[in-house]
Design a protein around this ligand. Structure first.
Ligand SMILES: CC(C)(COP(=O)(O)OP(=O)(O)OC[C@H]1O[C@@H](n2cnc3c(N)ncnc32)[C@H](O)[C@@H]1OP(=O)(O)O)[C@@H](O)C(=O)NCCC(=O)NCCS
Length: 215
């Protein structure tokens, strides 16, 4: 059964990204910011996590012979997006530092491992492109994100007073060198955790399939 896949974000994804951006952030980035990063910023890399198959509306009451069954409640929202993007994020590679620029997952699918999965993919791509460590800024009150980063080995390295437009402080978080054995070990544990969560939420089980006659 196919699980969500990570692919590069493209300009064609921007309608879907902007729809998610508006529900995920208090202070959303503009389309122009993403467009500039995707088309003009050589140090920027953005990835999107997609559901491999969306069950078309016309087939909802019929047999599902392939793909992923999406709970009824989530279908209309996902269909409204241009493509089935359920998480996205990016980093800027500044010398040997991968600075996580943004990351978000669809509110209906939080806790399913998408955040971990995507962060691991970003760190993999960053490392393959020469990153030695990773940094980021996070709102002081954003505990879910801080917990996610801590699971991946990020530690608080400083605080920027009133860093955000609404006056909230920002925490600077940084990883140890990515190649260090303790960091590699942590990433391996996170990988296992992400796979387990994704399988639980997105893997095919009888209960997640629609009940149809003759099946
Ligand atoms: C932060 C975010 C990306 C996490 O995504 P997710 O898909 O739910 O993450 P996962 O399912 O992979 O969860 C992994 C870990 O994240 C942390 N986490 C996720 N949701 C959490 C919550 N509501 N409370 C506390 N920790 C949470 C936990 O450490 C969790 O592991 P655990 O359950 O073993 O403790 C998501 O909440 C989000 O999009 N938030 C809005 C945008 C945002 O704040 N982005 C970060 C900007 S710096």
């Amino acid at each position: 059964m196919p699980l969500p896949v990570v692919t590069p974000m493209t300009v064609d994804d921007l309608d879907a990204i902007m729809a998610l951006e508006r529900v995920c952030f208090k202070d959303p980035w503009t389309r122009r910011m993403y467009l500039a990063d995707l088309t003009q910023n050589e140090i920027a890399t953005y990835l999107a996590v997609r559901l491999p198959t969306i069950v078309p509306a016309a087939r909802r009451s019929g047999p599902v012979d392939c793909g992923l069954w999406i709970p009824e409640a989530a279908q209309s929202e996902i269909r409204n997006l241009q493509s089935a993007i359920v998480a996205y994020g990016g980093f800027w590679l500044m010398a040997d530092e991968a600075h996580i620029a943004t990351i978000a997952s669809h509110p209906d699918w939080r806790g399913c491992g998408l955040g971990l999965y995507l962060m691991l993919a970003l760190l993999d791509v960053a490392q393959a492109n020469g990153a030695r460590l990773s940094t980021l800024e996070v709102r002081a009150g954003n505990l879910p994100a801080q917990h996610l980063y801590e699971k991946l080995g990020y530690e608080i390295a400083g605080r920027r007073r009133r860093y955000y437009r609404d006056g909230e402080d920002g925490l600077i978080m940084t990883t140890p060198p990515l190649a260090e054995p303790r960091m590699q070990m942590r990433l391996a544990v996170a990988r296992t955790d992400a796979s387990r969560r994704l399988e639980r939420c997105f893997g095919e089980t009888k209960d997640q399939r629609p009940k149809t006659k003759g099946m």
